[in-house]
Design a protein. Structure first.
Length: 461
């Protein structure tokens, strides 16, 4: 056993682990961070490919005006990244492009969707309001449940796109509760789904769409700048060990009021052992049973076994001409089985230095279906990109693929989902599979704030 005891050991130096480490260390805890890879940042990194600086998948930082990442940055960062307003969202359907309809007025003028379908889908929004007022559990009502019959293939594809890119699952299992998720980082006292409550009736349309995004940004220099600022802000006494893998979490029996509980006392790695009062685990929640010798509750085990990861393929194109000239992203909605739904960001429009002089950098994200091989996914991605905008192939200078897990758990009615608390006393989980709010870095931020609350440091109550 290491002679150096720690207050907290953080397992994993991805963004959730690093955010936990900086918060806990600045709250006075002695912290050790362990990372099995030889780098930190996880899926929040940037690196160079042929002179281009690519992120680990296209990123956008949401809820930055008053969301969880904003709270953590304001409280704990000494150096703050420079964030650039994200800009507009465009939708491309059948080679027609139009701005995303953020208001009811925009929706009724949104001619990429047939006018009859627009009216039917507006009626569905009112049906949602009725269900809410009658006390329906919206965590168990799917997008498919409220989808009107007789919609055109284009409208069905539109809902399919929103479901997959916001939750990582199709409309059949996409709960309506995700679409009425409030933007404030504060939450109500727990009820179901982390205490989610529903906005007032005056926001009927915004319940589904969320309102025009004025709080979304991209970090100048790429997402690596968030990790760089965090690392710069870490206290010097935080120990970070890379290339060291967790093998086992050590527990001991302890009395808690009138009960005997299993409590964390340390960990074993492939290189050493360490004592600690608390463990914050930022790896896959599904791996927890293999890391503890403690017998876990059957309900907890069954839930973990039902967790489904979101698998994605990202494609980065370096171009010798700026094909996409506006700041903002495009959402390509596919009605063709041979093409993926697609989300793209021309990152060099936010920072020209992400590409060589005179060049252009664009990132494309695709949800990779289970059972599809990587080679097949790459082929389908290329077909999607170059058949949708042939000009891209003409100006191609660099092509780079990434196979990623952007969310460690889908937000699905029939799938499991982790939690910040575990059955083991003083062991907590953080990350995109630990707390059902929002997505990406914002979801990670919520999980870290919830962890701090559970440790008695307040924020979400």
């Amino acid at each position: 056993m290491s002679s150096t005891g720690y207050d907290v050991i953080v397992v994993g130096a991805g963004i959730s682990g690093l955010l936990s480490a900086i918060a806990l260390s600045k709250e006075g805890k002695k912290v050790l961070v362990l990372e099995k890879e030889d780098y930190v940042g996880g899926v929040c990194r940037s690196y160079e490919v042929d002179g281009y600086t690519v992120d680990t998948g296209p990123h956008i930082i949401t809820r930055l005006d008053r969301g969880p990442l904003k709270v953590l940055i304001d409280k704990y960062f000494d150096l703050v990244p420079y964030f650039i307003p994200f800009g507009k969202y465009y939708i491309r359907i059948n080679n027609k492009v139009k701005q995303f309809p953020w208001s009811v007025k925009d929706w009724m003028m949104f001619d990429l969707i047939p006018v009859e379908d627009r009216s039917l889908l507006m009626k569905a929004v009112f049906d949602i309001a009725y269900l809410i007022n009658t006390g329906a559990d919206m965590t168990q009502v799917s997008i498919q449940d409220i989808t009107p019959g007789g919609l055109s293939p284009v409208s069905v594809a539109f809902l399919d796109y929103l479901s997959y890119f916001m939750l990582g699952t199709g409309p059949k299992n996409a709960p309506v509760s995700r679409f009425i998720d409030r933007k404030s980082y504060k939450i109500e006292k727990p009820k179901e789904e982390n205490g989610l409550k529903v906005p007032y009736m005056g926001r009927l349309y915004n319940m589904l769409i969320g309102g025009k995004p004025t709080d979304q940004y991209y970090p100048r220099g790429g997402v690596q700048k968030i990790v760089d600022a965090l690392m710069y802000s870490l206290p010097e006494d935080v120990d970070i060990h890379t290339g060291e893998k967790l093998v086992k979490v050590i527990t001991k029996k302890a009395r808690k009021r009138y009960d005997i509980v299993d409590r964390v006392s340390g960990i074993v790695t492939d290189k050493s052992e360490y004592e600690a009062d608390t463990v914050v685990y930022s790896g896959y929640a599904t791996d927890i049973p293999s890391l503890v010798e403690t017998e876990l509750p059957q309900d907890y085990m069954r839930n973990l076994k039902k967790i489904e990861k979101v698998n994605s393929l990202s494609v980065w194109l370096g171009l010798d001409d700026p094909v996409f000239r506006d700041e903002g992203s495009e959402m390509w909605i596919s009605t063709d089985e041979d093409k993926f739904h697609t989300w793209l960001i021309p990152t060099s429009n936010y920072d020209q230095f992400l590409a060589p002089p005179g060049k252009h950098l664009v990132g494309f994200a695709f949800i990779k279906p289970g059972g599809m091989s990587l080679d097949k996914a790459k082929e389908k991605a290329r077909n999607t990109i170059f058949n949708t905008v042939p000009e891209l192939e003409e100006h191609l200078d660099m092509l780079h693929y990434q196979e990623l897990v952007p969310e460690k758990a889908t937000w699905s009615i029939n799938a499991g989902f982790g939690s910040v608390e575990t059955p083991i006393e003083n062991m907590y989980c953080v990350g995109s599979d630990a707390f059902k709010r929002s997505m990406g870095l914002t979801r990670v931020g919520y999980s870290v704030l919830k962890m701090l609350e559970n440790m008695g440091m307040g924020y979400l109550g």
